[in-house]
Design a protein around this ligand. Structure first.
Ligand code: CP
Ligand code: NVA
Length: 302
């Protein structure tokens, strides 16, 4: 695997390979079996947006693999003063063995890959969040044993999380049902992929999407960069909440997942969040293991 730019680029086999490796790395970590697959390699981590999980899990993950993680705040780099990404890519390719980037435009990530000569990993853009969804799929398989016959449901904003969950869920063979307000639908590129699969449904009624679900996801109503729209979004998303009534429509054993940070009382109630906290924090932990698999498959393959 050369890069991880978006899940649309990966085959089902590549996704399952990553999940299998993630399970193995998790097992080795729990049993104190060292796995220095990236000894001597350096990962640059460029952040144009805030992060807790992505930064810490990549940083510790790279360290556990024997490599070195270099945190690069965009505010302190020339890229933050307008140096083109095409030039940044070519310079950093001379020093580093790989780059993880969190930014706004997906094009910036694609340009880094096009102009640089080292693996690029997408740590979240406005379009998608592939590392998060690999961890989510890993968690679902851990709890449910397989993806066979499962229905995934997503409630809320048709944002980066929705886009990646739809693609990831469908690629591993799950049925995917999404409920978004009409004005906040997922990306057209994602809908064009999803609609022909015959396993995808889209509605503006949360309860309808939640019927018989095995796992329900939601995400914040206003993502990073949309803080100015927060009040308007609170109105648009009222009713798009994961609460006990919604869970009543799902399977009794339905999991609840949230990429975090969560806004209790908005997209999820405090009661549902706490009742499913083990699943949600296992999901957060699995960022570490899933991303280590991504690092080994990209940086390690060189
Ligand atoms: N879920 C996630 O990506 O969290 P951070 O924004 O804290 O990295
Ligand atoms: N949709 C959220 C995800 C945060 C991990 C955002 O982009 O802010």
């Amino acid at each position: 695997m050369k890069h991880l730019l978006k899940l649309l680029d990966l085959s089902q086999e590549e996704i399952l390979d990553l999940l299998n490796l993630a399970d193995q790395l998790k097992y080795e970590r729990k049993h104190n079996i060292p796995h220095p697959h990236l000894a001597g390699k350096t990962l640059g981590m460029i952040f144009q947006k805030a992060s807790t999980r992505t930064r810490v899990s990549f940083e510790t993950g790279m360290t556990q693999l024997g490599g070195y993680p270099l945190f690069l705040s965009a505010n302190d780099m020339q890229i933050g003063r307008g140096e083109p990404v095409q030039d940044t890519a070519r310079v950093l390719s001379r020093y580093l063995d790989g780059i993880m980037i969190r930014t706004f435009a997906q094009k910036e990530v694609e340009d880094l890959a096009a102009y640089g000569s080292i693996p690029i990993i997408n740590g979240l853009t406005d379009f998608c969040h592939p590392c998060q969804v690999l961890a989510d799929l890993m968690t679902i398989r851990e709890y449910k044993g397989s993806f066979e016959g499962l229905k995934m449901c997503y409630i809320g904003d048709g944002n980066n999380m929705a886009n990646s969950l739809i693609v990831g869920g469908l690629k591993v063979g799950m049925e995917v049902a999404v409920a978004c307000p009409d004005a906040y639908q997922p990306d057209k590129q994602v809908l064009d992929f999803a609609n022909p699969t015959g396993k995808f449904t889209m509605t503006n009624k949360p309860i309808e999407a939640a019927v018989d679900a095995d796992v329900i996801f939601t995400d914040v109503w206003a993502s990073m960069g949309q803080e100015g729209e927060a009040e308007q979004r609170k109105i648009a998303f009222a009713g798009y909440q994961v609460n006990d009534e919604l869970l009543g429509a799902a399977h009794a054993e339905c999991m609840v997942q949230h990429c975090l940070p969560a806004h209790r009382g908005e997209e999820i109630t405090a009661e549902v969040f706490e009742a499913h906290a083990n699943e949600i924090f296992d999901e957060a932990e699995n960022r570490l293991h899933a991303q280590k698999a991504v690092l080994v498959k990209t940086l390690g393959a060189r």
